[in-house]
Design a protein around this ligand. Structure first.
Ligand code: NDP
Length: 424
């Protein structure tokens, strides 16, 4: 049984993670929030009190931390007796936070792949460049490290695994489709850290085709999908974290990721990119000041967390799988739809943060009650998806399935005594 959670980061996703941990503190124990800016951690704690989110009276504490500093992170893990660390800070922090967990024995969770600030779009599979190099160390130390347990990556990995295990005899393709049909009313903003958002799209788009990596250009391949909730939705082939583990762990020849973009986003993105303003490489101004253009763009764009109060509409994200069952062609869409306004009412964040934060807390609950406390490094598709989906169905992220029999709730259950997490 692991107890006491240290949340790293105090952005939009951390806001959701903190609220959901508070709603489940009977099982999770003390909750600590640490980020560079102490005031942001304290503001999250204030919002938890304002919304009366604590399941039972308990510790909620804010800390200032530079999580690139492994010694300081180790010290905080030990001082707070945290046995679970949920890293929802910037993806530049992953390897240092993981190092601190390896040395203290705390379980580690994150929601995005590690990024080196000076390298955009590394050689596939991306996990092999950083996280998987620590696989043996996790195994040796018996440390549980669950990688990429947000929505995408995260829930979509569990959907793929579930469908392979329960819906098909053979899967030929997985198309992961991410549609945000919401509107925030600003001229231009990204839904999460602009720096990370743009880094996803400035370089080669990798897809997994006929069991090999294929290099594509951004906005080269467009496809419209008839999605539940959002209707016919336009997407573009995009590179994304989950392809880099699913391709290695599942025996599926074709795996692609499609993201919805408005014409306005593409226009702004194209202008910024062609001007060189999305570069991660430093430049020197006439006054001798060294700046990273991408960091400047981030500094002038709205803070994603600030979009939440005005955000309206819904997301629809899921996996479309095609293959064979009982000798017949078979097609299944497993998906979730999340409402921006409802997310804000419950936890003060928009739906992109909500869909990333709830799965991380579901995974923490599964570690706390031992079901996912595997004592090694794992991507989500390597774990049993049933308790994860069952828990999220009760925590505000319901999974639906659409196939030839219609569209319905994916009503997976585990015996109550096994699920002990009293999840809200
Ligand atoms: P934000 O940019 O809003 O927040 C990031 C936080 O990290 C900030 O509070 C920042 O602190 C903190 N931080 C940055 N550097 C450090 C450091 N050195 N030490 C301590 N804290 C630091 O991001 P989001 O909340 O939107 O996203 C959080 C994570 O979730 C990201 O990794 C993102 O990629 C991922 N994500 C995953 C999704 C999924 O579905 N899998 C979807 C959406 C996001 P400060 O504010 O003080 O600078």
């Amino acid at each position: 049984m692991k107890r006491n959670v240290l949340i790293i980061g105090a952005g939009g996703v951390a806001q959701v993670v903190a609220h959901k941990c508070a709603q489940n503190n009977a099982l999770l124990g003390h909750i600590h929030i640490a980020s560079r800016t102490l005031g942001k951690c304290q503001a999250i704690i204030d919002s938890i009190h304002a919304k009366n989110s604590l399941q039972q009276p308990g510790t909620l504490q804010a800390h200032a931390l530079d999580a690139m500093d492994v010694e300081a992170t180790k010290f905080l893990i030990r001082a707070t007796h945290s046995q679970i660390v949920i890293n929802v800070g910037s993806p530049f922090l992953n390897m240092s936070v993981l190092a601190a967990c390896l040395e203290t024995g705390a379980a580690y969770l994150d929601t995005a792949i590690h990024e080196d600030p000076l390298k955009v779009c590394e050689t596939p599979p991306w996990y092999a460049n950083h996280e998987w190099k620590r696989r043996q160390a996790c195994r040796d130390a018996g440390v549980t490290a669950i990688l990429g347990v947000g929505f995408d990556p995260g829930v979509v990995n569990a959907y793929a695994r579930y469908a392979l295990d329960h819906c098909f005899d053979r899967v030929d393709s997985i198309d992961i489709i991410d549609i945000n049909a919401g509107s925030h009313g600003r001229y231009f903003a990204t839904n999460f850290d602009p720096e990370i958002n743009f880094r996803e799209f400035v370089s080669t788009v990798w897809s997994w085709e006929d069991r090999a990596w294929k290099a594509n250009a951004m906005f080269e391949h467009r496809r419209d999908w008839d999605m539940p909730v959002t209707g016919v939705s336009t997407t573009y082939l995009t590179g994304h974290d989950e392809l880099h583990s699913l391709s290695q762990h599942l025996d599926v020849p074709n795996i692609r990721f499609w993201m919805g973009f408005s014409a306005h986003y593409i226009n702004v993105f194209t202008v910024l990119k062609n001007l060189g303003l999305l570069s991660e490489q430093p430049v020197r101004t006439a006054r001798g000041l060294e700046v990273v253009p991408l960091e400047v763009v981030k500094a002038v764009l709205p803070d994603p967390a600030s979009l939440a109060p005005d955000y309206q509409g819904k997301t629809c994200i899921g996996d479309l799988l095609k293959g064979e069952r009982n000798g017949q062609p078979h097609e299944v869409l497993i998906y979730n739809s999340c409402d921006h306004g409802e997310s804000f009412t419950e936890v003060g964040s928009q739906a992109i943060s909500y869909t990333a934060g709830v799965p991380a807390v579901a995974a923490a609950l599964l570690i706390a009650n031992g079901i996912w406390d595997v004592g090694q490094m794992a991507n989500v598709e390597e774990l049993d998806p049933v308790p994860f989906i069952a828990l999220m169905n009760r925590m505000g992220l319901q999974t639906r399935i659409r196939d030839a029999q219609g569209d319905r709730l994916l009503d997976v259950r585990l015996p109550e005594e096994k699920l002990r997490a009293n999840a809200r």
